[in-house]
Design a protein around this ligand. Structure first.
Ligand SMILES: Nc1ncnc2c1ncn2[C@@H]1O[C@H](COP(=O)(O)OP(=O)(O)O)[C@@H](O)[C@H]1O
Ligand SMILES: [Mg+2]
Length: 286
């Protein structure tokens, strides 16, 4: 029979609240409230909330995979085992991407090589189409390799052509990460038709509703004179933004931030959009 808990019994099971670094400014955008000298102060968590499962969503080419890879390299370089389930990008391409990123952030690549475990679902129909087979492979890897964080790029790739299954599949993978006490990132694809700044992904809101929080990446092509003047960017350029859309585990910044993709393929979060626009206008006047 199912049982109930008294709240007190849950204390020993409650995860400690601290950050798992991503190697980006996102680490300072999650925070917790602490009381110091009778005053409430906001303390940056220093990463994604420990044991959270976060959804990174956006239309194609917004930097989702780059962000997931930067997280993987940062964690692996710090000595933690990461499981990277690659669903779209074949594993040999992932190797090159992680190598380049390691060089860009000055990570020790031999340590990264040792600490990143890869499951290539991109070239296995069985793993993509049969969640049970993928979950079993993941459980094996997590147990054997003592993995602490899991990335699935992308979760939407696991329910292509069967979007009515989206909720069920996302829920299965979410529960699995909870059971195995993993911090997780699900990358989810948006369709061009979906509002690009929303948390919705292919399959509807299944992912956003199930996960602990969502990070939305977006890009805007500067294509009118009005945008040139508002953003202070040349016509035809791209403005990239990132925003924490919600997180049920801890407090977070809710502003839209501007970021850049460096020539090494790393993510550099620059400033809140409002400050960025102000800065661009001041630069122009000077
Ligand atoms: N190594 C790199 N150097 C510079 N730019 C890159 C590099 N890798 C990717 N990019 C740029 O970043 C964009 C976003 O890449 P990606 O993270 O793969 O997008 P998504 O996963 O959201 O589809 C690419 O379209 C490309 O313009
Ligand atoms: Mg991608």
């Amino acid at each position: 029979m199912a049982r109930y808990y008294e709240l007190r019994e849950l204390e020993s099971k409650a995860p400690r609240l601290f950050g798992i670094p991503t190697g980006t400014k996102l680490d300072e955008m999650f925070f917790k409230i602490e009381v110091e000298d009778g005053k409430y102060i906001k303390k940056p968590l220093g990463g994604l909330p420990y044991l959270s499962v976060m959804n990174i969503t956006g239309v194609p080419d917004t930097g989702k995979s780059l962000l997931a890879e930067q997280f993987a390299v940062t964690q692996a370089n710090a000595g933690y085992r990461i499981l990277f389930v690659t669903v779209e990008n074949p594993a040999n391409f992932l190797y090159t991407a992680l190598k380049q990123k390691s060089e860009a952030i000055g990570a020790n690549f031999s340590r990264v090589e040792e600490n990143v475990v890869v499951i290539d679902a991109s070239e296995s129909e069985e793993l993509r189409e049969n969640p049970r087979a993928l979950l079993d492979t993941m459980a094996y890897a997590i147990r054997e390799k003592k993995v602490t964080s899991v990335i699935i790029d992308s979760i939407t790739g696991l329910y292509e052509h069967k979007e009515m299954m989206a909720r069920q599949i996302v829920r299965q993978f979410f529960n699995f990460l909870k059971k195995w006490r993993q911090t997780g990132i699900f990358v989810s694809q948006k369709r061009a038709a979906q509002a690009s700044e929303s948390a919705e992904a292919a399959g509807g809101l299944a992912v956003a509703h199930i996960v602990d929080g969502t990070i939305v990446l977006d890009k805007k092509l500067i294509e009118s004179r009005w945008e040139v003047s508002l953003y202070g960017l040349p016509i035809g350029s791209v403005l990239r933004t990132i925003r924490i859309d919600g997180c049920r585990i801890t407090g977070h910044d809710s502003k839209t931030w501007v970021f850049e993709i460096t020539e090494f393929g790393t993510i550099e979060i620059i400033a809140p959009l409002s400050e960025y626009i102000k800065g661009q206008n001041e630069k122009r006047k000077a």
